[in-house]
Design a protein around this ligand. Structure first.
Ligand code: GLY
Length: 358
């Protein structure tokens, strides 16, 4: 489906009721503020089902929340078949893989991040070192790579053959006015077939966010990504920006996002969600209210459908200190991953708008 027919096919969405998914809205307002220890919880984007399982097991074994979150997301960072995170991630315009990641640690209130990092499969681990072993929060580009090398990370080629072929195919088909020539169609999957987010994500991003709550009520989170596919070299999304792609406050809750990073940046989406939880909203309600803010700020007609609604998606995930959790998106139809005492599973995501079924 091309962009025009996709947009033309979308009809007016309908607001979703705030019917609770998970434990979020069942909990009294005081519960989130009492500091009462809840059971461990790990919540992540839908690509993180195994990640939340790993993180949860670490949390019940007594791990620090950031360490547990990193152990979970490392599964995807090291997976060459995942084209949205770490090793095997799709490259930038020039064919170079540049990774963004950040961690935030509730008990200490500290954070660390790297952006446009090249040559390291696990940027989340480098982000943790920025938090633990520097007086800074964010290192970028060559400085981040040199910092990683100083801590013993080898410089590796992150561009798998499969990712390179996808990029090459995209580059060759980009324009009929340049000197690149695509081979005859050979039945290989085209660009759209690889995009899990669906056709509404006209410039797809892949990412994993994971928020973790320990059994004793401490919070931590991590977001990691290869960012917008075929991005302008040096482009940094929301994932490594504290308050945008992730945020946690140990008194309140933890939140993070995946999807169009630019919209999470201008809305400070993750910080906004935590502030709404601080005001007493359950996680799902806080995320839906944040989505309303995101939509309110989306005033560029280029990023709007004919009815004014966003032509992209953003997804947020949150857990509060009492163990209530939730997830919400602008556009419905997605799921999120969560693990708690009931096991690891995918649940339906709340949303602002629903596409009319054809
Ligand atoms: N949310 C990931 C990115 O925009 O890079």
């Amino acid at each position: 489906m091309d962009r025009r027919s996709f947009l033309g096919g979308l009809l007016a969405g309908v607001p979703l009721s705030l019917a609770s998914l998970g434990r979020a809205e069942a909990l009294p307002r005081q519960a989130a503020k009492s500091g009462t220890p809840a059971g461990a919880v790990a919540i992540a984007s839908a690509n993180g089902l195994e990640a939340v399982r790993v993180a949860y097991d670490q949390l019940v074994a007594g791990a620090d929340p950031v360490d547990a979150a990193i152990a979970g997301v490392n599964l995807l960072e090291l997976d060459p078949k995942d084209h949205s995170v770490g090793y095997g991630g799709l490259p930038n315009f020039d064919g170079v893989v540049q990774l963004d990641s950040a961690v935030m640690h509730g008990p200490s209130g500290k954070a660390g991040a790297v952006a446009a990092l090249e040559g390291v499969k696990t940027p989340s681990k480098v982000a943790r070192l920025v938090m633990q072993r520097t007086d800074h929060v964010l290192l970028v580009g060559e400085g981040a790579r040199r910092f990683a090398a100083m801590h013993g990370f080898p410089s590796e080629n992150l561009l798998t053959d499969e990712a390179r072929e996808i990029w090459l195919r995209w580059r060759e088909k980009l324009s009929t006015e340049d000197d690149w020539v695509a081979p005859p169609e050979d039945g290989e999957p085209g660009r759209q077939a690889l995009f899990e987010g669906g056709p509404e994500e006209l410039r797809p991003t892949g990412t994993i966010h994971l928020s973790a709550l320990t059994p004793t009520g401490d919070l931590g989170c991590c977001t990691t990504t290869s960012g917008l596919f075929f991005k302008i070299p040096g482009r940094v999304g929301d994932s490594p920006l504290i308050g945008c792609g992730l945020y946690c406050d140990n008194d309140v809750g933890s939140a993070g996002g995946t999807g169009r990073g630019e919209s999470a940046i201008v809305s400070n989406a993750s910080h906004t969600a935590v502030e709404f939880m601080r005001q007493g909203l359950g996680p799902q309600q806080a995320l839906l209210k944040t989505m309303e803010r995101v939509v309110h700020l989306n005033r560029d007609p280029r990023l709007q459908r004919p009815d004014g609604r966003p032509n992209f998606n953003l997804r947020l995930y949150a857990v509060n200190k009492a163990g209530a959790y939730g997830s919400a998106a602008i556009w419905g139809g997605g799921k999120f991953a969560v693990a708690d005492a009931r096991g690891a599973r995918l649940e339906e995501q709340a949303y602002l708008y629903r596409r009319q079924q054809s």
